[in-house]
Each structure stands twice: as C-alpha cells, then as structure tokens.
Design a binder for this molecule. Structure first.
Ligand SMILES: CC(C)(COP(=O)(O)OP(=O)(O)OC[C@H]1O[C@@H](n2cnc3c(N)ncnc32)[C@H](O)[C@@H]1OP(=O)(O)O)[C@@H](O)C(=O)NCCC(=O)NCCS
Length: 239
C-alpha cells in the first residue's frame, strides 16, 4: 500500500512540501500548480518518491509543443486536466479495482484533502474525456534508470501509463485513447520508441498492450510479481 504513495497520481505530502516550487518547475508558458498529478505507477517507491517532479516527466518534449490541442477520436477527447475532473481523479485513485495491480487504492479522505481544486497539469499527462466527463488518464514519463527494464544504457525511455475508471472498462475506450496518444507521440518525437511495464497478472492491461502493438522486450520480477516490459515503435522495421 505504501508503494502507492509514490506510485499513483498524487504526491507524498511530505515530498510535496519539500521545495515543491523548485521541484515542479513548469515549462515556460506552462501554467503549473504546486501539487502534482503524476500517474507513473511502475517505479520503485524510493525512485518515485525521489522522482516526483525531479525526473524529466516528459519535460523534454523536443520539438513538440505542450500542451497540444485537444486530441479528438471517434468517441473521446484527450486533453489537459481541469477543475471539473477533480471528483473523477479522486475516484480513480481511491478505486480498489483500479489499484489491484498498481499498489492498491489511496485513502479517500487523504485524496479529498490533497487533490487540488484544479488537478495539476504537466507535460505528458492527458485526461481522457467521454461526453465532457473524465474517464481516465494517459501518461508519458521518462523511465527511471534504477528500474529494471531498459532499451538503452542511459535509460530515460518514454513510458506509457494508463488508468481508467472501472465503469469505463470493457468498451474499448482505453485502446482508442492510447492509440491516439501514441499517434500524437509518434508525431511529436518521431522515431523514439515507447515502453510499457505491467504485471503479467493484469490481464486487461496485457491485452491492451498487445492490441496497441507493444511487443515483449523483457520480463522480470518486481514488487513480488512478474512484470512484462514491452516496446512500441512507430518506425516499422523493413525486414
Ligand atoms: C488496463 C485498462 C486501461 C484496460 O481497460 P479496458 O477497458 O479493458 O481496455 P480496452 O479499451 O482495450 O477495452 C477492451 C475491452 O472492450 C471491449 N469493447 C467493447 N466495445 C468495444 C469497441 N467499440 N472497441 C474496442 N473494444 C471494445 C473489448 O471486447 C474488450 O473486452 P474484453 O476485455 O472483455 O476482451 C483498465 O483495466 C485499467 O484502467 N486498469 C487499472 C489501471 C492499470 O492496471 N493500469 C495498468 C498500469 S501498467
């Protein structure tokens, strides 16, 4: 459970108090808030506690402008978080179903206290909107060097994360939204691969990863569970 403190979206309160303004330095022209919404749930607790705001959480977007214009799919919109998303953010992080393979839920009362009126925006974080209501989040983060599972020695690979409200499962929304996010990424950072890490026991996530075109690069044990590490690239090999 402690793992979630660093795993899920909201900051460890203690960590947030530590020079939050320094650690969550926004990009120029990017209006940030003190409390960060971070949805990278695959890091070690230590690494993530350390990394809240310090890892380059897609602040290095290269030539890509952030935020992009809202991305529209057949049924969904990918956009930045807004004040109207607050209750959905709390639901997402308090949900036992959502937390099953990502460290468990966060206490609702803590969430009520700590989620800001306007959930924090940051580069790499999309809210997924269905008919005006948030149903999930999609994130791109830079993978911590201390984690197992890498494609290159200097680490820092772009890592996809996704988390949807249980009532939105089973309709293909996550697949539709992630495909659009990967399309955006392929245009923003052409030729850069995307990685993904999920417990092999997380059947829905494993099916989604396969559907999106991720292929296995590694498997390892972490947090007492087998983890699947996959890679996706917009550049298709010629042979
Ligand atoms: C992982 C997660 C996003 C998957 O959500 P999901 O809704 O199962 O994923 P998809 O969007 O791919 O939807 C697939 C299902 O929608 C069904 N579906 C219904 N209508 C559909 C449509 N129009 N198009 C596509 N699929 C459709 C599919 O048949 C499939 O059903 P099945 O799972 O029974 O086979 C979700 O379970 C989740 O948020 N889990 C908690 C967070 C988590 O563990 N994240 C992983 C961190 S590494």
């Amino acid at each position: 459970m402690r793992q979630l403190l660093a795993d899920l979206a909201l900051p460890d309160i203690a960590a947030a108090k530590v020079r939050a303004t320094e650690r969550f330095r926004p990009l120029s022209g990017y209006s940030g808030h003190l409390v960060q919404l971070k949805t990278s749930w695959c890091g070690t607790p230590q690494a993530r506690a350390r990394s809240i705001g310090t890892l380059p959480a897609m602040t290095e977007l290269g030539p890509a402008a952030w935020p992009p214009a809202p991305i529209r799919t057949e049924r969904l919109v990918l956009r930045e978080p807004e004040a109207r998303d607050r209750m959905a953010v709390i639901e997402l992080f308090a949900s036992p179903e959502v937390g099953t393979y990502i460290g468990g839920p966060r206490p609702r009362d803590e969430l009520e206290r700590t989620v800001p009126e306007e959930p924090r925006r940051r580069p790499g974080l999309f809210v997924v909107d269905l008919d005006g209501a948030m149903i999930g989040t999609i994130t791109f983060d830079r993978r911590d060097a201390e984690r197992p599972g890498h494609l290159r020695p200097d680490a820092g690979e772009a890592e996809l994360g996704y988390m949807f409200l249980p009532e939105a499962w089973g309709y293909g929304y996550a697949a539709e939204a992630c495909a659009a996010a990967l399309d955006w990424f392929a245009n923003a950072l052409p030729s850069e691969p995307v990685v993904l890490c999920t417990q092999t026991a997380n059947d829905r996530s494993m099916r989604l990863a396969a559907k999106l075109g991720f292929t296995e690069a590694d498997r390892f044990k972490e947090y007492g569970a087998e983890q699947w590490f996959g890679v996706w690239s917009s550049v298709k090999s010629s042979g």
